[in-house]
Design a protein around this ligand. Structure first.
Ligand code: FES
Length: 227
């Protein structure tokens, strides 16, 4: 290489190095810092968006921490209080909020029965892990204020059953599963009794929580807190 060409090459390399060494103007430095902070913020938000559903999915099965409480109207509570040997259908507004969608409200219903706690425990050993003295197999009290609330979905394949006065049972129209007043499974292909849902009293208002349990299986496995 000629001396002239060598000199030109060294000059070009010096220019490249000096371009990296040059921190730039104050405006350029500030723009770079802004872009770095913006990138970190966006990455953080994306990470948070991923972490929240993951943490939600790790909540214990049936945990009331993940669902929405829905108030019953005063009239419906009165009807339930006045109930005798017949279940009461209770309608309510179910609010559901998906992580990425606006809140939506739909009309839902559940079945409520008035019962004595000991009688219910005797009638539904499947809901209590260690027999009559055991705890419910769901992480909430099953009998509250003298009432039990049932999901309206048949544990077989999720059809909606009805109370039949003449049979004195809940009857499912799809494949013939039958349940007693306390929700005990007595006939048909279902693998468990009716699913009790959480009920609580909050500042004088009765509130219930919607939980959808997996159908066909014997255990209560939460699949959704939405209708
Ligand atoms: S869905 Fe109720 S018996 Fe099949």
């Amino acid at each position: 290489m000629s001396k002239h060409a060598e000199g030109a090459s060294e000059g070009a390399q010096r220019k490249i190095y000096s371009a990296y060494d040059d921190p730039g103007t104050a405006e350029e430095i500030s723009r770079r810092q802004f872009m770095a902070k913006a990138t970190l913020t966006v990455s953080g938000l994306i990470g948070l968006g991923l972490v929240i559903p993951i943490v939600g999915s790790l909540l214990p099965e049936g945990s009331t921490a993940a669902g929405n409480w829905a108030p019953l109207t005063a009239d419906e509570l009165k009807t339930l209080e006045a109930a005798t040997a017949k279940p009461i259908k209770l309608t309510f507004a179910l609010k559901a909020k998906d992580s990425y969608l606006p809140e939506q409200t739909s009309q839902e219903y559940v079945w409520g029965i008035k019962t004595d706690e000991q009688k219910f425990i005797q009638a539904r050993p499947d809901v209590f892990t260690n027999g009559p003295t055991g705890k419910p197999d769901v992480p909430y009290d099953v009998v509250n204020m003298g009432f039990v609330i049932f999901s309206p979905l048949c544990p077989h394949l999720g059809c909606r059953f009805n109370w039949d006065d003449s049979a004195n049972k809940f009857l499912c129209p799809c494949h013939g599963s039958q349940y007693t007043f306390e929700g005990e499974h007595v006939a048909g292909p279902a693998n468990r009794g009716l699913d009790p849902l959480p009920l609580r009293e909050q500042s004088g208002v009765a509130e219930i929580m919607w939980i959808r349990y997996k159908s066909t299986v014997a255990d209560r496995i939460v699949i959704s807190y939405q209708s």
